[in-house]
Every structure is written in structure tokens, then in C-alpha cells.
Design a protein around this ligand. Structure first.
Ligand code: R5P
Length: 326
């Protein structure tokens, strides 16, 4: 029995790219194993080299890389790691991308555009990935882009339980910042006892990147504590415009909850200057010290990733981690 246990523990291996090694360390520690030592460096012209410092033959390999800025480099490094694992006879390779880059390019808005979220899935498959694990994909349909199993994890219970412990639920309204996220707002409402939901009628000009025009609030938010939910805060334009619109409609307090803290360009200044009382995110992406501010709360995602990896490794059930969520 103990020999069998030893053999299975040896097969599970966690690998980290260079984007956010602290997260991979935390996940490995949740699983009670060390990270597999890996060397990685850049050549003078920017090309990436990776080598594992131990045999990986027969391993159930989980390659963790957050697609943080610079996104293209982090993705390329993860692809190279997968290629090296395949050539070194790993038995099964899972790409763990807590934040899946290019997820917003999941359809052609106009002619002659790419579907880059699909291209990403194809690249990982070609490199040798057997499965993908991600947290809160921009849209669930992206799962269908990868020809293999995708473990789509939800940060919703983590975020909603935290927010639920801090607010007066009798005055709570969940707000989707656009019509596409209303279904997620309904799930929040289910977890938080059936509070009302509202949404913001947001429009975007596809020719202008990173800019949205926030329209009107659909729903009654007068005197309410509003929780605006989103998958990501990138430049924070969407969220801060939503906060302004809610206060204009009489909201008494606004909290923001989002899974991925991309925090590009003006995001931190915008959030600091807004009337939002708290911004709650997870650490699927690294958040630099200078991007942290008093009203920012960062919840750890490593326990969820650790539990999901354990379920996959032990042929358990990832779905069971989210019982009740559809
Ligand atoms: C859009 O559909 C996404 O869900 C986010 O609302 C958006 O990408 C956030 O970007 P930004 O913070 O730059 O407005």
C-alpha cells in the first residue's frame, strides 16, 4: 500500500513558468509537493530556453503559467514547456492557465478579424497539451475551442462568500457591467440569498480598443449597496464607468468584484480616484506592490487550483468542487 502511494505521489508534478512562480509555489504547497526544478532563460534576441532538471518520464504534469503582461512571452514560454515535457515522455500534460490570454478575442466582430482564443487552444494542442485548466474564462464557449478536456474553474464561490460576509444582504443588488454577464450575476444572487440584480447597458466601438461607453443602468439601485461583478479589470474603464453610473442612479455604496486583476495602464489610478468602497480580486495574475492600494482586497486562488489538480490527478470530480453552480 505505502509503495503504491509513493509511486502515485512521484507521478504528480507541478511546473512553473516565470510569469508568477509564487502562485505555482503556493499550489505545490497546497498539494504537499515541491515544484519540479526548471531552468529557463532568454537568449539575447528574446528567444526562450527551458530545461527540466529532473526526469519527468511518466509524470502527470501540470504546467502553471499566468498569461500576465508581457502576455505573448508568457504564452510562448508555456508552449515551450509543454513541448519539452512531451519530448521527455511525460504521460499526461495539463496546461494550467489561471488567466487565459486572448480570451476576449473569441469571435469575429467584423470581417477579416482573427479568433485568437481559438488559435491559443490550437497552439497548446499542437505543442502536446492533453488538457487545459483555467479560471473564469471570458466566455464558457472557449472550452469548445480545445480538442480535449477543459477544467473550467469558478472563482465565484470565493468572491461571493467574501463579499457576502461584509454586506447587509437586505440592501444588496448584484450588477452586471454589461448584458453578457447577467447569467453570472444571477449565480451571485443565488449564492447570496436571491438579492435583486441590475445591469448596465454598455456599448463598445470594435474599432477602438480598451474603450467602452457606459449607458444606462437597467434596474432600481436607489439606496442599494451594489456589487459590480466582472471577469477582469483591465484598464478599469468598464468598471469605473459602471460605478459612476450607479452613483448617478442613487446607489448608496458600490463594491467591485472581479476574478482577474489585469490592471493595465491607467487602471490603478482610475480605481483609486473612483468612489468604489472596495475592489475585490483574486491573484490569478501577479499584482505588483505598486499596484496595490488600501481598498484593494486580493483573495488567494491557489487553494482552488490545488483542489482541482488533486481531483484531476486522483480521477475524482472537478464538478463536485462547484456543486450547485450551473
Ligand atoms: C469585457 O467584455 C470584459 O468582461 C471586461 O469588462 C473588460 O475587458 C474590462 O476591460 P477594461 O477594464 O479595460 O474596461
Amino acid at each position: 500500500m505505502s509503495e503504491l502511494r509513493l509511486a502515485s505521489e512521484k507521478r504528480l508534478r507541478i511546473f512553473s513558468g516565470r510569469a508568477f512562480p509564487e502562485l505555482a509555489e503556493q499550489v505545490a504547497s497546497e498539494l504537499g509537493i515541491p515544484l519540479t526544478p526548471t531552468s529557463a532563460y532568454d537568449f539575447a534576441n528574446g528567444e526562450i530556453f527551458v530545461r527540466f532538471e529532473e526526469s519527468v518520464r511518466g509524470s502527470d504534469a501540470f504546467v502553471i503559467q499566468s498569461h500576465a503582461n508581457p502576455v505573448n512571452k508568457q504564452i510562448m514560454e508555456q508552449l515551450i514547456m509543454v513541448d519539452a515535457l512531451k519530448r521527455a515522455s511525460a504521460k499526461r500534460i495539463t496546461v494550467v492557465a489561471p488567466f487565459y490570454g486572448y480570451a476576449r478575442q473569441d469571435k469575429k466582430h467584423r470581417g477579416r478579424e482573427p479568433i485568437t482564443a481559438r488559435l491559443m487552444a490550437d497552439l497548446f494542442k499542437t505543442a502536446g497539451a492533453d488538457r487545459l485548466m483555467c479560471v473564469d474564462l471570458h466566455t464558457s464557449q472557449i472550452q469548445g475551442f480545445f480538442n480535449g478536456p477543459v477544467d473550467h474553474l469558478f472563482a465565484l464561490p470565493l468572491l461571493a462568500n467574501y463579499v457576502g460576509s461584509k454586506v447587509d444582504r437586505s440592501r444588496l443588488t448584484i450588477v452586471s457591467p454589461d448584458s453578457g454577464r447577467v447569467r453570472v450575476a444571477e449565480r451571485w444572487s443565488d449564492i447570496l440569498g436571491g438579492c435583486p440584480i441590475a445591469f448596465i447597458h454598455k456599448t463598445r466601438d470594435p474599432r477602438i480598443p480598451n474603450e467602452s461607453t457606459t449607458g444606462r443602468v437597467v434596474g432600481d439601485v436607489q439606496g442599494q449597496t451594489c456589487v459590480v461583478i466582472d471577469d477582469m479589470i483591465d484598464t478599469a474603464g468598464t468598471i469605473t464607468k459602471a460605478v459612476d453610473a450607479l452613483f448617478n442612479e442613487g446607489a448608496s455604496e458600490v463594491i467591485v468584484a472581479a476574478t482577474h486583476a489585469v490592471l493595465s495602464g491607467p487602471a490603478v489610478e482610475r480605481l483609486k480616484n473612483s468612489r468604489v468602497s472596495e475592489v475585490v480580486v483574486t491573484d490569478t495574475l501577479p499584482i505588483a506592490e505598486e499596484s496595490r492600494f488600501d481598498r484593494l482586497t486580493v483573495l488567494p486562488i491557489a487553494p482552488l487550483l490545488g483542489r482541482a489538480i488533486r481531483e484531476v490527478f486522483e480521477d475524482g470530480s472537478v464538478t463536485s468542487l462547484f456543486d450547485g453552480l450551473s
